[in-house]
Write a protein that binds this ligand. Structure first.
Ligand code: ADP
Ligand code: MG
Length: 248
């Protein structure tokens, strides 16, 4: 089973110290089963807010989010969430981190061990299971976070600027790995980024947001074969198109 995401008229106003802050204004779009969709927009346009609402970590002021037709009312085990800042448990080893969600599900120890091994192989961390997060590079930490998110076999993978704090070379590698995992698992992926090049590299479709309060400026279909090369003329043309939409 995969997941279809419907965002229907979502608005969000925070009660800030200096009065209300409008973060999202009537956001609507749809993500099909198995699709890879990027949400791109300038810093402060409400991407993380939208991500948290879709993930059930926060309520909308108005509007609804549906997962395969069912309204989101709170965090769901059908979601794999990867945050910008890893959020690993420092007191747990790599294995312990990846096993976390499986323990919550009550999976038996033997089965859990196999599943953790499988996930570590998938993200190229087969040899690092006994390491602790403090010993890992940013790229490795983010691989652990991805393995942890995928371990419970979620139908939807939600990622908020997951590669924002790794170097360009590592990011390229993680992009390839993520696309491989996506190809193998056919999961629906919703990926938030402020980086237009990253969005064109990854997405089937790009939801371009306006500056805050964020709304949908346009949805761009990226009709480029994979693997994509940023030196390709058509790649550059998409990048220009999306940048122009953001600058408008
Ligand atoms: P992005 O992820 O696109 O950078 P955010 O969703 O983090 O944007 O923020 C959107 C707007 O909402 C910003 O103006 C931000 O200051 C505001 N905001 C975010 N979280 C809160 C909060 N908990 N309380 C008050 N304002 C917030
Ligand atoms: Mg953000």
């Amino acid at each position: 089973m995969r997941e279809r995401v419907t965002v229907a008229g979502v608005s969000k106003t925070y009660e800030g110290d200096a009065g209300p802050v409008r973060a999202l204004d009537d956001v609507s779009f749809e993500v099909e089963d198995g699709e890879f969709v990027c949400i791109v927009g300038p810093s402060g346009c409400g991407k993380t807010t939208l991500f948290r609402i879709i993930g059930g970590l926060e309520g909308a002021t108005n509007g609804d989010v549906l997962l395969s037709g069912e309204p989101v009312t709170g965090p769901s085990p059908d979601l794999g969430i990867v945050f910008q800042e890893y959020h690993l448990f420092p007191w747990r080893s790599v294995r312990g981190n990846v096993a976390f969600g499986l323990e919550q599900l009550g999976m038996a120890a033997g089965e859990r061990r196999d599943r953790v091994d499988e996930m570590l192989e998938l993200v190229g961390l087969g040899g690092s299971g006994d390491s602790y997060p403090s010993r890992l590079s940013g790229g490795m930490k983010q691989r652990v976070a991805i393995a942890r998110a995928l371990a419970v076999d979620p139908e939807l993978l939600l990622m908020d600027e997951p590669f924002g704090s790794v170097d360009a070379q590592t990011r390229d590698m993680l992009h390839r790995e993520l696309l491989d995992v996506w190809g193998e698992t056919e999961k629906t992926v919703l990926f938030v980024t402020h980086d237009v090049e990253e969005a064109v590299k990854l997405a089937d479709r790009i939801v371009v947001m306006t500056p805050g309060p964020g709304s949908v400026r346009e949805v761009v279909d990226v009709e480029l074969a994979r693997p994509r090369s940023r030196t390709d003329e058509a790649f550059a043309a998409y990048q220009e198109q999306v940048l122009d939409l953001i600058r408008e």
